[in-house]
Write a protein that binds this ligand. Structure first.
Ligand code: ADP
Ligand code: MG
Length: 332
């Protein structure tokens, strides 16, 4: 298959349709109708083979991940996704690979009603860049900058699962139910889109957990100009994680492991009564794991109230020393 057959016959048909796509794949550019009165939110993330996913990752899981990590950024902003572009660099024109990849991409984009409206296809080492454009009412974006001392710190879902899945990679032929669940959390993370939208006007700051809870909570602290104090005993560790890992390893995965794509947000105490309304179908469980205090940085306190220390709080793409550590995530 040539480049254009791959694009038009394999990739394009997997896209969902939206009325606001006035001109989609097939021309020099896409023409899109932005929702009136809304601000646009634009995110992009690149996945490089062997760096952001294991070399033996299934094509469908690569496609899914490329979309999901971007949808997670959209969720963290409180936006609704609308349109996506895909820049795909492939070592060879492998139709089966692209078919699997495009199916996985659609598995993530379709439930989010996000249309693939364009992209680029080139030959080279396997690299995938997805860009997503979303929207929200002007002035309602969730940012990293609004946390204030006295706010409570929350996390969605059960952090640490994805890192435990990666640590056990590759999956054995017959993994236990618990291990299978951890692998699924690693290969098919759920972007918390409904939660992000529901947190508009409620959360004082928000970030998605891609690099590790301590590292990403650190972004909230830095951008908000205050400190976050996390209580490690309150971390909502999943039964699968506790069943699979020793307590100290489970804690390390939950605090420093990446790839969870949960939301970590801060909530002013006055907003607390409205939090209960967020429970329901499609919503992950929410757990208060700490508080915002004066100062700088993030600390996690253990059962004895003492500060826990880890060799690395999370993944840093440009910190070579950190990358030598073994048990943390390979992803950023
Ligand atoms: P141009 O040469 O003008 O940049 P291309 O020939 O690269 O256009 O692309 C043709 C059409 O196919 C464009 O609409 C482009 O957005 C779309 N396209 C190319 N690659 C991809 C891809 N990997 N996924 C989705 N759309 C793509
Ligand atoms: Mg052109």
């Amino acid at each position: 298959m040539n480049e254009f057959e791959l694009i038009y016959d394999v990739i394009a048909p997997t896209s969902c349709l939206r009325d606001d796509v006035l001109l989609g794949i097939g021309d020099d550019g896409a023409v899109l109708a932005p929702p009136s009165g809304q601000s646009l939110v634009v995110v992009a993330d690149t996945l490089v083979a062997g760096r952001h996913f294991p070399p033996d990752f299934a094509p469908a899981d690569i496609g899914y991940r490329a979309a999901a990590v971007n949808l997670s950024d959209i969720a963290a902003m409180g936006a609704t996704p609308l349109w996506a572009t895909l820049a795909l660099t492939l070592p060879a024109s492998d139709v089966d690979w692209v078919r699997g990849f495009a199916g996985g991409l659609a598995d993530a984009l379709r439930p989010a009603s996000t249309a693939l409206v364009g992209g680029d296809t080139t030959r080279g080492p396997l690299t995938v860049t997805v860009q997503i454009i979303g929207s929200l009412p002007a002035g309602s974006a969730l940012t990293r900058a609004g946390a204030r001392p006295g706010d409570l710190v929350y996390v969605s879902g059960s952090p640490g699962d994805a890192a435990a899945g990666l640590a056990a990679w590759p999956p054995p032929p017959a993994p236990s139910a618990a291990l299978a669940q951890l692998f699924a959390r690693f290969t098919r993370p759920t972007p918390r889109l409904a939660l992000g939208v529901a947190l508009r006007g409620l959360a004082s700051s928000c970030v998605d957990v891609s690099d590790g809870l301590l590292a990403d909570a650190g972004h909230l602290a830095a951008r908000s100009g205050c400190a976050l104090e996390l209580d490690a005993t309150r971390l909502p560790l999943s039964a699968a994680l506790r069943e699979t890992c020793a307590p100290s390893t489970a804690l390390q995965h939950a605090l420093t492991g990446g790839d969870d794509y949960e939301l970590c947000f801060t909530l002013p105490p006055a907003a607390l009564p409205r939090l209960g309304a967020l429970a329901g179908p499609g919503m992950p469980p929410l757990t208060c794991i700490g508080r915002v205090v004066d100062g700088a940085g993030v600390r996690a306190l253990g059962p004895d109230g003492r500060v826990l220390h880890f060799a690395r709080p999370g993944f840093d793409h440009f910190n070579g020393a950190n990358q030598q550590e073994q048990s943390g995530p390979m992803m950023e």
